[in-house]
Design a protein around this ligand. Structure first.
Ligand code: HLD
Length: 510
């Protein structure tokens, strides 16, 4: 059932009221407050139903100028009525892209896990900051339990972790801790405490946030060395070592290597054991950006196939809001060594982190981070983990991989219409669609250029029709190609077939 903004009617009396008539200003028993909130919940529940309905569109697309005309976005001088607010909520969801729809394959984070969503609702209602135990006691203890469990899964005893606002900031935390470990005086003295130029290394397929650390932290992006990758998108480890030695000869200090477990586009996994050996030989901090691939640590099968050696890292970024399906956002950064986060980031603000509090202040997490306040991203993950158990998460990871393999098989079975670019290591599937006029022609660079040109046209058509969302992009080696993602627990084999059939329907004539 579509969201129809006219179908949510408050009683005549409540409809005319404004927020001033609800709690906390009203002294009544809160009947109107309950009626208003229950109507909002009705809209949310109808949206959840629509998200899971394959007959529903994934999106109702309008160009920005048209969308502005469809919406009343004004923030007025005088507050509107409760009935208007209800309609505002319904209209907002009417035009929102249904990222939990089984035909949404567009982003690394897809799906709508209902338990995690229930957790997010509770989180919003509790509305607390996460910097001190005194205002978030239950949530802080949950963080402790879940993050300890995640470190155990990585393969560590002890250590420390924090939830951060996204994988990019998680990677930044790793960079800061690595520099602090090697140059503890940097915190007070700044760059004058450095004997020479610091250099970091990552593959040319890594997430751009790694390079951004070099810019944000004063190294300059020229000192983030992009190590070439092979045909499958994996860092060429021999090149890593050669480039480290080259910089050493220049008198620079290589100190940080960021390996990737699950690259954004191709879903490639770097060889962690080989990278760990090189880091050991050259005294570099080893970070693993497993923002995307980290979920596979929960699978006994894929953990060893893809991430053997992860326990040798000094830090690991792992985003439960991707493969594990926790609601946005939920990103974690883990450290093998305890105490570094605090000594690196602590500013000892006396108004928040008093040392004479009457409880164990190691539970005040706020001084470990660079951001003061932290959103509560734990409850939705904790509740989800309770609901599935670690075994349920393992089954979910294996199922997503099975579906991606199904897609690969279906692409190969229809090799007249689809061209698989490489055997995927994750749930990213990279492929071209071949329209009628280009079938049966040998695959060469010229043909690739043509196939690349039609990707944006098919994407435009799928958005106009609202039936499907799959992303496309070029990379260093090839023009535009499709990259589909299966990270939603809602997807079945039939949805994978729908994706390929729909691309064929939309692109056959191009
Ligand atoms: O950096 C990215 C983060 C996400 C996400 O959290 O869903 C890149 C992408 O998704 C992506 O889909 O390429």
């Amino acid at each position: 059932m579509s969201i129809n903004p006219n179908q949510y009617k408050l009683s005549d009396r409540t409809a005319r009221l404004t927020a001033q008539d609800l709690l906390p200003t009203t002294v009544s028993a809160g009947t109107e407050t309950r009626e208003f909130l229950q109507k909002v919940i009705d809209i949310l529940l109808d949206y959840v139903k629509a998200v899971n309905d394959r007959n529903e569109k994934v999106l109702d697309f309008h160009h920005p100028e048209d969308m502005k005309r469809l919406l009343d976005l004004e923030v007025p001088d005088r507050g509107v009525t409760l009935q208007q607010l209800i309609e505002d909520c319904a209209v907002t969801l009417k035009y929102q892209v249904k990222t939990g729809h089984p035909h949404f394959f567009n982003q690394l984070s897809c799906g709508l896990d209902l338990i995690s969503m229930a957790g997010e609702w509770l989180t919003a209602t509790a509305n607390t900051n996460m910097f001190t135990y005194e205002i978030a006691p239950v949530f802080i203890l949950m963080e402790n339990v879940v993050l300890t469990k995640m470190r155990e899964i990585i393969g560590w005893n002890g250590g420390d972790s924090i939830l951060a606002p996204g994988g990019s900031i998680s990677n930044l935390y790793a960079f800061l801790a690595a520099r602090h470990k090697m140059f503890p005086n940097f915190k007070e003295k700044g760059s004058s405490s450095l004997p020479s130029q610091l250099v970091m290394f990552t593959s040319d397929q890594s997430h751009y946030s790694v390079k951004s650390c070099a810019s944000v932290c004063g190294l300059g992006t020229d000192n983030c060395v992009m190590v070439p990758s092979d045909d499958r998108g994996k860092m060429i480890t021999k090149e890593l070592e050669r480039l480290i030695m080259e910089r050493k000869k220049m008198g620079h200090i290589p100190f940080f290597v960021s390996a990737t477990s699950g690259t954004t586009v191709l879903g490639a996994f770097d060889n962690l054991n080989e990278i760990a050996d090189i880091c050991q030989r050259h005294n570099c901090w080893m970070h693993v950006d497993a923002a995307w691939g980290g979920g596979l640590l929960l699978s006994r099968k894929y953990r060893y196939l893809r991430m053997a050696g992860v326990e040798r890292a000094d830090s690991v970024t792992w985003n439960p809001h991707k493969l594990m399906g926790a609601l946005l956002q939920c990103s974690t950064i883990h450290f093998k060594e305890d105490g570094l986060l605090l000594s690196c980031n602590q500013m000892s603000a006396e108004y928040l982190f008093m040392t004479d509090k009457q409880y164990d202040i190691q539970y005040d997490t706020g001084d470990k981070v660079i951001q003061c306040g932290r959103h509560n991203d734990i409850f939705k993950l904790w509740l989800q983990w309770r609901s599935k158990g670690t075994e349920g998460f393992e089954q979910q990871q294996d199922r997503l991989m099975e579906l991606a393999q199904y897609q690969v098989r279906r692409i190969k079975e229809q090799s007249d219409k689809f061209h698989l670019i490489l055997e995927p290591e994750c749930v990213n599937v990279s492929f071209w669609y071949i329209p009628k006029r280009l079938r049966g022609i040998p695959h060469d660079r010229q043909k690739e250029m043509e196939l690349g040109k039609i990707c944006p046209i098919i994407k435009g058509r799928m958005m106009q029709k609202g039936s499907l969302m799959v992303g496309y992009q070029p990379d260093d080696r090839r023009p535009n190609f499709f990259r589909s993602i299966i990270s939603s627990a809602a997807v079945t084999e039939k949805d994978v077939d729908f994706m390929l059939d729909e691309i064929h329907r939309l692109g056959d004539d191009l």
